[in-house]
Write a protein that binds this ligand. Structure first.
Ligand SMILES: *[C@@H]1O[C@H](CO)[C@@H](O)[C@H](O)[C@H]1NC(C)=O
Ligand SMILES: *[C@@H]1O[C@H](CO)[C@@H](O)[C@H](O)[C@H]1NC(C)=O
Length: 314
């Protein structure tokens, strides 16, 4: 074998391979009332997701942080709950709270891999360094008052730090990603993040897109054009959907009306065309801590496992 083709073959071996299709929900670290989600809360939600009436295949959980809410660097109790319910995990490391918190995130993740061993690591399908940080730090995010984000340079640095710290551990070959909005992925500075990751994660909500006509009838066009925009920035890498959904209650936003009918239409037209075909984390199973008045994207009420509408794809 030529040296050059050997080098290419070795490089291919060293690239973590991205998992097949995974499907689930994104889970914040707090309950609807703002209290910290504990082991029992996560276990209950993961069981509910697997047991949804009318829908199957929701066997994966995406998290935003590796740190148990209320601690500085204990690993999140969701990990043990995921093991006990055989749920696969897209790990999240929060990157918008400074270097010390990111270091705590890394310590929590590595701590989990040491304590829970391959019960944990074999269920991890990816590690996301950050979530919507580029959007929050973009001019649009600042205008919308979304809170602290971080820059593409910082994300790139954090990805390097992660790769360095997991070297020679069971986490080494797990693909690394970053979650952001399509409006952030298309920014010129995002290209260094796209370069640094193994695959990209895309969030988009036609409901929020009030810069263009956004009635439910336009939702499919708006969703798929957003996915194409992220794919255009993906440098040929896979694109997973990590957040999308439509609210059933909340304010009207330009032409977008929250209602049970529209939420169900969005599930049927967007969700049912994604499920089983592309890795998807729907937003969401139950509402997390309420920050935006009466806006609800949840497909089940927090106290009740019966879906708000018929989830069967026809
Ligand atoms: C699963 O769903 C069934 C039928 O809706 C229900 O009776 C059962 O309690 C559920 N189990 C869990 C663990 O949620
Ligand atoms: C849910 O929708 C499916 C597909 O349209 C239909 O076959 C089923 O009867 C509906 N279930 C209920 C409980 O209405």
């Amino acid at each position: 074998m030529h040296i050059k083709s050997l080098a290419i073959a070795l490089a291919a071996l060293a690239t973590p391979s991205v998992a097949g299709i995974v499907q689930g929900f994104s889970y914040g670290s707090t309950n609807t009332d703002g209290s910290c989600r504990r082991y029992d809360d996560f276990k209950h939600l993961f069981e509910r997701a697997k047991n949804l009436s009318g829908a199957t295949g929701f066997t994966a959980a995406r998290l935003y942080t590796s740190i148990q809410c209320g601690t500085s660097a204990d690993y999140i109790e969701a990990y043990k709950a995921a093991i006990d319910t055989d749920t696969t995990i897209l790990v999240g490391l929060w990157t918008s709270a400074g270097r010390q918190v990111f270091e705590n995130e890394l310590n929590a993740l590595i701590g989990a891999s040491k304590m829970l061993k391959d019960d944990f690591t074999k269920r991890v399908v990816g590690i996301s360094v950050g979530s919507e940080d580029l959007y929050r730090s973009s001019p649009q995010g600042v205008i919308n008052g979304e809170g602290p984000g971080c820059t593409a340079d910082e994300i790139e640095g954090y990805i390097g730090w992660l790769r360095d710290w997991v070297k020679d551990t069971d986490l080494e070959h797990i693909p690394v990603t970053h979650v952001d909005t399509w409006t952030a992925w298309v920014l010129p500075e995002a290209s260094k993040v796209a370069m640094a990751v193994d695959f990209l994660c895309h969030n988009s909500f036609p409901y929020f897109e009030d810069a263009r006509p956004n009635a439910i009838e336009k939702a499919a066009d708006n969703f798929w054009s957003a996915v194409s925009a992220t794919e255009g920035a993906a440098q040929g890498k896979d694109v997973w959907i990590t957040e999308t959904g439509w609210p059933d209650t909340g304010p009207i936003r330009r032409d977008a009306v929250p209602s049970l009918d529209n939420a169900k239409t969005y599930w049927n037209t967007i969700g049912c065309s994604l499920f089983g075909k592309r890795s998807t984390f729907w937003y969401t199973l139950v509402d997390g801590a309420k920050t935006k008045s009466d806006l609800s994207f949840a497909i089940t009420p927090s106290t009740e496992e019966i879906p708000k509408y018929n989830l069967t794809c026809s």
